[in-house]
Design a protein around this ligand. Sequence first.
Ligand SMILES: NC(=O)c1ccc[n+]([C@@H]2O[C@H](COP(=O)([O-])OP(=O)(O)OC[C@H]3O[C@@H](n4cnc5c(N)ncnc54)[C@H](O)[C@@H]3O)[C@@H](O)[C@H]2O)c1
Length: 299
Amino acid sequence: MGYTNILIAGSGVLGSQIAFQVAFHGFAVTVYDITDAALDQARARIEKLKPLYKADLGASDEALEAAWARLTFQSDLTQAAAHADLVIESVPESVDIKIDFYQKLAQAAPAHTIFATNSSTLLPSQFAHATGRPEKFLALHFANEIRKNNTAEIMKHSTTDEQVFRDVIAFAKEIGMVALPLQKEQAGYIVNSLLVPLLSSAQKLLVTGIADIETIDKTWMVATGAPVGPFGMLDIVGINTAYHIARTRAEHTGDEAYQAVADLLKNNYVDQGKLGKAAGEGFYKYPNPSYMEPGFLKP
Ligand SMILES: NC(=O)c1ccc[n+]([C@@H]2O[C@H](COP(=O)([O-])OP(=O)(O)OC[C@H]3O[C@@H](n4cnc5c(N)ncnc54)[C@H](O)[C@@H]3O)[C@@H](O)[C@H]2O)c1
């Protein structure tokens, strides 16, 4: 089944990007958030996306204005959901908030409406019951800066209907995404199942004194041809996120190396405001990090 009306629930960092991407590809989009103030912030965020769509995708003024005209903003869930064919949920990463949201959405949305969560770290089976329609529920996970980093990981849980899975894969392609189907639930999807162990290993190599930051990155870049190494990637992800992951791992495993990573990130980076690329400094200094200098990879 093709979808016509898309509801984006939660209009923060990711929700506002998803809303504009979907509208840009011709769908009618309702943006829902709990307050009008949050919706005003979403409007401002989406306004800032327009020049980026021009620069990165060569979008015309006409296409951008047409996308903007397809957006409706709504802080009443009953009205927002009334005509939705597909809801993409991007509310905060909290089990309680998401369960509460799905219970309300289940009452407000028509019976045919498909629900998809953009949660990064929680599994659809944690909310399937609250949706009241587990067979019409799955994960549709985007990456930050979705216009460029256009992965869409589409993940079933154990009772997601096969046709719903196929329809959401087709929808992801229609909105310009590279659709990446996951046949079973997997914490971290594919991308973080690959990335988190790599980044954790790099940080452990550093804190155990095996090698320094530039040597580790250089190794990865020369050996694999990748344009950036693990510490360059950590700067892009943000050191705060890396710190929270290391601290949680240290607490859950008692692993001393994870604790050393958490301490290093907190004392030498987070507390110093060196939060990564967006802050101008993390493991490297921006806009010209040493790993991008012409001589960095030379013999
Ligand atoms: N930020 C990222 O890079 C990223 C990437 C992929 C996926 N995600 C996922 O997207 C989701 C949202 O993350 P974010 O970074 O956009 O968060 P955010 O805090 O920027 O935005 C959350 C929005 O949800 C709103 N909200 C709060 N309670 C709500 C409710 N009950 N109903 C509707 N809206 C509500 C908030 O007002 C806010 O506008 C999370 O599940 C996160 O894991 C985030």
